[in-house]
Design a protein around this ligand. Structure first.
Ligand SMILES: Nc1ncnc2c1ncn2[C@@H]1O[C@H](COP(=O)(O)OP(=O)(O)O)[C@@H](O)[C@H]1O
Ligand SMILES: [Mg+2]
Length: 586
C-alpha cells in the first residue's frame, strides 16, 4: 500500500505526495490520527484526498496511508434501527464513546460485533450462487433479514450452520469452488459507489402509495421510481420527506439527513421514536435506518452519506423488499461538491458547481429501480429514491434543480405562495408532473375504482381551467363570468381545499389510503355532476354552494379512513336529497 506524506491542506481537501500505486476512490488514512479520506484524483505521485473528518490541526508532512480498498458499507443484521454518520459510524456509539466534540479518527464498526442473531438455515441447498438465500434472522419484529450468498461467490455448499445464535463475524456457511473454500458470514461489504447487481430490471408500474392525496392521485410515483421535491425555505420539503418515510407502503425506510441543521435532524429522530407502523402498530424505527450528516459535520461526508443510503436500500431490495431512500437535501451535497471543486481550482461550471454535478446526481438517482433479485428463491424488490432540493431564493432555474430534473421522473414542485397561504402540502398542481401517471393508472382502476383515470383527468382539467379563468376574473371580475365558469371555479376550490390540502399533523388526515382518497374525489365529482345539471336548468351557482352537504364534504377528510365508507354513503344520500329539492324548486 502506498505510504506518503501530507503536502498541502485546504479545508476538507488534502494533497499527499509519494502516493505511487494508489487508485482513485481508494480509502486512505490521513495523519497521525488516521482520519478517513478518499482519493478523488491522482496527479503523478500526488493524491488528492477528500477527508471525511475535521482536518483542523493536521500538519504538513504527517503520514498518509493507502488501504487498497474503496469505501465500503457493512451490510448485515443490525442496520435497521441504527443511526449512522456519513461513513457509517454508529452515532449513538460515537457520542457514547467520545462525547459530543472529539469524533476524529475514531474507528467504529458499523454493525455490532458482540450481538448474536438467531439464524435459521434454509433447507435443501446444494450448489449456490450470488443472492441465494442461505437462511434468515429476525432482525426486528418487522424485518426478516435474509442471509444471502454475497455477489461474486458461487460453488458447492460444503457447510451450512445449524439453527442457532451467531454474531455477524462467525461463519455460517462455506462454499467450495475450484478447490478453494470460501467462508460466508452474515456480514457483507460492498463499495458504496458501485450499484449492487440484480438479475433483471422490471418496469416500475406499481404505485408507491404515500397517503398524500396530491401525490397518489395527481402526481404518483412508482415503486422503484425517482422523484424530486424542490422548494424554497419553509415550503415543506422536510415535512414531505417525513410523510413519505412514515406512510409509504415500503418495508424499509432509509432517511439521509444531508447537510441540514443538526437540531432539525434531532427533532426528526425524536418524533420518529413515537411513530407507529400503520400496519402493525409497532415502532416505525423497526423498519428504518438513519444516516445523519448534518451541517456541523464534515462537508465531504455528505457525498458518502447519500451513497451509503442507496447501498443500504439496495441491500434490502435484494432481499425482496420495497425500500425507500429519502435525501434531505441534495443541494447541501451539491454545495459540498462545489466547495471541494473550488479548492481544487477546477474549471467551474454553472454558478461555480463542478462540471460533473449532473453525472454525480445521475449516479445517485439511477440506483432506483424495480428488479428481479439475484438468486433463489425468486423474488422481486424495489428501491425508490426521493431527493429534496433547496434552490436559493426558490429559483428553480439554478443548476442543482435543473440537473436533477434530467434524472427524476416525478417532480413535486413546492410553491412559495401556497406555503405562505398555509396551503399544505404546497405542491403546485400547475408545475408538478409525473411520468408514472399513465402506468400506475391501471393499478388504481383495477384495485381502487374504475373511474380513476376519468376523475384524475377531470380534476386536472378543472384546475387548469381555474388558472385560466382567474386571469379573466382579475380583468373583468367574477360577475362577468357565465354560470358554467363560476361552477368550474367552485369545483376547483373544492378540489384544492377539500381534497389536495392535507395537514400532515392532523390525526385522521395525515394519512389518506387509496380508498379514502378515491371516495373523497368521488364525492366531489358527484357534486360537480349534479351541480352541472342544475346550472343547465338555470339554478344559480350561488344557491348550489349554499347546500349543507357542500360543507360536510369540506370536513369529510378529517374522518378516520375506517369510518369513511359509511360517511361516503351518508353524504351521497344527503347530496341526492338536497339536489332534488333544489332542482324541484326551480
Ligand atoms: N404537509 C404539511 N402539513 C402541515 N404543515 C406543513 C406541511 N408541510 C409544511 N408544513 C409547515 O411548514 C413548516 C416548514 O416546513 P419544512 O418541511 O420544515 O420546510 P423546508 O424543509 O422546506 O424548509 C413546517 O414546520 C409546518 O409548520
Ligand atoms: Mg427542511
Amino acid at each position: 500500500m502506498a505510504e506518503g506524506r501530507i503536502w498541502r491542506i485546504s479545508g476538507p481537501l488534502v494533497i499527499a505526495e509519494g502516493m505511487k500505486g494508489s487508485m482513485v476512490y481508494e480509502v486512505v488514512e490521513v495523519g497521525e490520527e488516521r482520519l478517513i479520506g478518499e482519493i478523488i484524483g491522482l496527479e503523478g505521485e500526488k493524491a488528492i484526498i477528500q477527508v471525511y473528518e475535521d482536518t483542523t490541526g493536521l500538519t504538513l508532512g504527517e503520514p498518509v496511508r493507502g488501504t487498497g480498498n474503496p469505501l465500503v458499507a457493512e451490510l448485515g443484521p443490525g442496520l435497521v434501527g441504527s443511526i449512522f454518520d456519513g461513513i457509517q459510524r454508529p452515532l449513538s456509539e460515537l457520542w457514547h464513546r467520545v462525547g459530543d466534540f472529539v469524533t476524529r479518527g475514531v474507528k467504529l464498526n458499523a454493525l455490532p460485533r458482540d450481538r448474536k442473531w438467531h439464524f435459521v438455515p434454509r433447507e435443501g441447498l446444494d450448489r449456490v450462487g450470488p443472492g441465494d438465500v442461505l437462511g434468515h434472522v429476525e432482525e426486528t419484529p418487522l424485518v426478516r433479514h435474509l442471509i444471502m450468498v454475497p455477489p461474486g461467490v458461487s460453488g458447492r455448499l460444503v457447510r451450512l450452520a445449524e439453527e442457532g445464535d451467531y454474531t455477524v463475524e462467525e461463519e455460517i456457511a462455506r462454499v467450495e469452488a475450484d478447490g478453494r473454500e470460501e467462508p460466508i458470514t452474515m456480514l457483507q461489504r460492498w463499495p458504496v459507489r458501485t450499484p449492487r447487481p440484480h438479475a433483471r430490471k422490471l418496469d416500475p408500474e406499481i404505485p408507491m402509495i404515500t397517503g398524500t392525496r396530491i401525490i397518489d392521485y395527481l402526481f404518483p410515483i412508482a415503486k422503484g421510481g425517482k422523484g424530486a421535491i424542490p422548494g424554497g425555505f419553509g415550503t415543506g420539503k422536510t415535512v414531505m420527506q417525513h410523510q413519505l418515510t412514515k406512510w409509504s407502503d415500503t418495508q424499509i425506510k432509509v432517511y439521509v439527513g444531508c447537510g441540514e441543521r443538526g437540531n432539525e435532524m434531532a427533532d426528526a429522530l425524536h418524533e420518529y421514536r413515537r411513530l407507529q407502523d400503520p400496519e402493525t402498530g409497532r415502532p416505525l424505527l423497526e423498519r428504518s435506518v438513519f444516516i445523519a450528516n448534518t451541517s456541523n459535520m464534515p462537508v465531504a461526508a455528505r457525498e458518502t452519506s447519500v451513497f451509503l443510503g442507496v447501498t443500504i436500500g439496495e441491500y434490502y431490495r435484494d432481499m425482496g423488499y420495497h425500500a425507500l431512500v429519502v435525501a434531505d437535501s441534495t443541494s447541501r451535497w451539491a454545495e459540498a461538491m462545489r466547495e471541494i471543486s473550488g479548492r481544487l481550482e477546477e474549471m467551474p461550471g454553472e454558478e461555480g458547481f463542478p462540471a460533473y454535478l449532473g453525472s454525480r446526481l445521475a449516479e445517485f438517482y439511477e440506483r432506483a429501480g424495480r428488479v428481479v433479485c439475484q438468486g433463489s428463491p425468486e423474488r422481486e424488490g424495489s428501491l425508490t429514491i426521493t431527493g429534496a432540493v433547496s434552490p436559493p431564493g426558490a429559483d428553480f432555474s439554478e443548476p442543482v434543480t435543473q440537473n436533477t430534473l434530467r434524472y427524476v421522473r416525478t417532480l413535486w414542485a413546492l410553491d412559495v405562495n401556497l406555503a405562505n397561504q398555509r396551503h399544505f402540502p404546497a405542491i403546485s398542481w400547475l408545475t408538478s408532473y409525473s411520468l408514472y401517471s399513465e402506468i400506475v393508472s391501471g393499478w388504481w382502476a383495477e384495485n381502487v375504482g374504475p373511474e380513476f383515470p376519468e376523475f384524475r383527468a377531470e380534476a386536472m382539467r378543472i384546475l387548469q381551467e381555474e388558472a385560466e379563468l382567474s386571469e379573466i376574473v382579475r380583468l373583468v371580475g367574477m360577475e362577468a363570468l357565465p354560470e358554467r365558469d363560476k361552477l368550474t371555479l367552485e369545483i376547483a376550490r373544492m378540489i384544492r381545499e377539500d381534497f389536495l390540502r392535507q395537514n400532515a399533523f392532523s390525526e385522521f388526515d395525515s394519512y389518506s389510503p387509496p380508498r379514502k382518497t378515491h371516495l373523497l374525489m368521488k364525492l366531489i365529482m358527484a357534486f360537480y355532476r349534479r351541480a352541472k345539471e342544475l346550472v343547465e336548468e338555470g339554478v344559480p351557482v350561488s344557491e348550489i354552494v349554499k347546500l349543507p352537504v357542500r360543507y360536510r364534504i369540506a370536513r369529510a377528510k378529517e374522518t378516520d379512513f375506517r369510518e369513511f365508507d359509511a360517511l361516503y354513503e351518508e353524504l351521497m344520500r344527503e347530496m341526492e336529497e338536497e339536489f332534488s329539492r333544489l332542482g324541484g324548486g326551480s
